[in-house]
Design a protein around this ligand. Structure first.
Ligand code: GDP
Length: 466
């Protein structure tokens, strides 16, 4: 299939979704304005349910189209091939024939932030190492989640090169002669490395943007795939706990982040907002398949969420990790968080048939990235109820304008086909907010008038790796 075919197929699904956001939000607003006119209210009340049904039928048909268009075999072969290319290169990078001579980048995960945050930083470090063709050395002794370090929990990042011996270490950015360079926390990588997400390697981008709806998420997911190799001890914990909690597919994964996150970094979202997305998912899948029980796995740092969910959604089968700390977390200190339970929750969320969470949370982003490794294209298998997908220190989150737009209100901006928008947020009402890079205007525009655009960067192509 051509890029045009695959991208139009994905775009139509997105447009159906955006059209529904628009109608749903406009009709809800209209309803609140027509007080005392019972006959008009009757008409408006008819619109939302029937349009919702239209939407489900259309999205289902778009999914079916991908199953019957005879390209499925190609999709599976293509995504496996792309993954093999990246995994082989990472293996080569991390296992140099002569470790003593190999150039090294040194990083640590000992800074104070949560597990998801630390892993997402590690992804950025590994991408910089891949871009610079330097072996990444992870220093993890004294890790806040497990003081003995990474290798107790996950396999080492290399079989033969895990320490820096007898060479002088320079601070970032180092020089071309540097044998070893110390990386600061990604937010302090100054000057910024061009390889940092959301950049996608030039030699892979054409194949990637044909097969996948979010190339940078796939690319970051591949980096996690290389690092996320649980030790037997960790695997056993996951297997036993999955059985003990009775987790079976299909289920929707929900991550509800509360406690310390709400102090500065994210807004409170009621459980109803998450469940609205879950209901939509089940309303749609039930058209084609027989769902005997609507099952959800709720991962959360707040035990009260579970009590509330059980009371309000008793018609759902609600699964959850029984080890949620009873004392609310008040800051980044996670002494009460059991690392294996955090890993377990991320793992289960990534294995869900649909994921509902907030991309403001690193836990949600991590689960989404891991999810990309289990499917050809899992870019649309998650619904975020706050931010769009993004990364630390990203240069730009690009969307390309496909259709022109004349601002209808002072809050809106003009668009000309070909313009690049740096998206800030989706408003989930048919509009998104962003900055037009050509005009520097910041404001709202109809979401369907743009499509995803990758930031393309020349990375080494590792031609010596067969
Ligand atoms: P963020 O703060 O939400 O961006 O995500 P981080 O992973 O960086 O930090 C949050 C930390 O809180 C996690 O790493 C866990 O230690 C804990 N936490 C948050 N949500 C959950 C959850 O659903 N399950 C478990 N087990 N721990 C969680």
């Amino acid at each position: 299939p051509t890029f045009e075919y695959e991208s139009i197929r994905r775009k139509v699904t997105d447009d159906i979704q955006e059209l529904w956001y628009f109608i749903n939000s406009t009709m809800t607003e209209l309803k609140s304005k027509i007080i005392g006119n019972a006959s008009t209210l009757l008409i408006v009340n008819k619109i939302i349910p029937i349009v919702s049904e239209y939407k489900r039928a259309l999205v289902n048909n778009m999914e079916k189209l991908a199953e019957v268009d005879a390209f499925n075999n190609w999709r599976n072969v293509e995504i496996t091939d792309l993954s093999n290319i990246v995994q082989k290169r990472l293996h080569y990078l991390q296992n140099p024939t002569n470790c003593q001579k190999a150039k090294k980048l040194i990083c640590s995960i000992t800074h104070t932030c949560g597990f998801g945050c630390q892993i997402n930083h590690l992804v950025v470090y590994m991408i910089i190492a891949y871009g610079m063709k330097t072996t990444l050395i992870l220093q993890s002794k004294g890790w806040s989640y497990h003081s003995n370090g990474w290798n107790d929990i996950f396999m080492p990042l290399s079989n033969n090169c895990t320490t820096v011996n007898n060479v002088s270490i320079d601070e970032w950015p180092g020089t071309p002669e540097s044998k070893a360079i110390n990386l600061p926390v990604t937010t302090d990588v100054d000057p910024r490395s061009q390889y940092m997400p959301l950049a996608v390697p030039e030699d892979l981008v054409n194949r990637l943007k044909t097969i996948h709806g979010n190339p940078s998420a796939w690319w970051m997911g591949q980096i996690i795939k290389y690092m996320w190799k649980p030790q037997n001890f960790t695997k056993t914990y996951i297997t036993n706990k999955t059985k003990e909690l009775g987790i079976e597919s299909p289920f929707v994964g929900i991550h509800i982040r509360r406690t310390d996150k709400l102090i500065r970094e994210a807004k409170y979202h009621a459980i109803e907002e998450y469940m609205f997305k879950v209901d939509e998912y089940y309303n749609r899948t039930e058209i084609n398949s027989n769902v005997t029980k609507r099952r959800v796995y709720i991962a959360t740092d707040d035990i009260n969420v579970i009590t509330e969910a059980k009371t309000k959604y008793s018609h759902y089968e609600i699964l959850y990790n029984t080890n949620i700390p009873k004392v609310p977390r008040m800051d980044h200190y996670h002494l009460q968080d059991n690392l294996l339970d955090v890993i377990f929750d991320v793992h289960i969320l990534s294995r869900s048939n649909f994921l509902v969470c907030t991309f403001s949370s690193n836990m949600c982003k991590l689960a989404y990235l891991l999810m990309q490794n289990d499917y050809v294209d899992a870019s649309r298998m998650a619904a975020t109820i706050d931010y769009v997908f993004h990364s630390y220190q990203q240069k730009c989150n690009k969307r390309k304008v496909m259709l022109s737009h004349k601002a209808q209100t002072p809050e809106e901006i003009d668009l000309v086909p070909g313009d690049i928008i740096d998206i800030y947020s989706n408003q989930w009402n048919g509009y998104s907010k962003g900055t037009n890079m050509r005009t520097n205007q910041k404001g709202l525009y109809p979401s369907f008038k743009v499509e995803m655009e990758s930031e393309i960067i020349k990375f080494p192509i590792y031609s010596e790796v067969n």
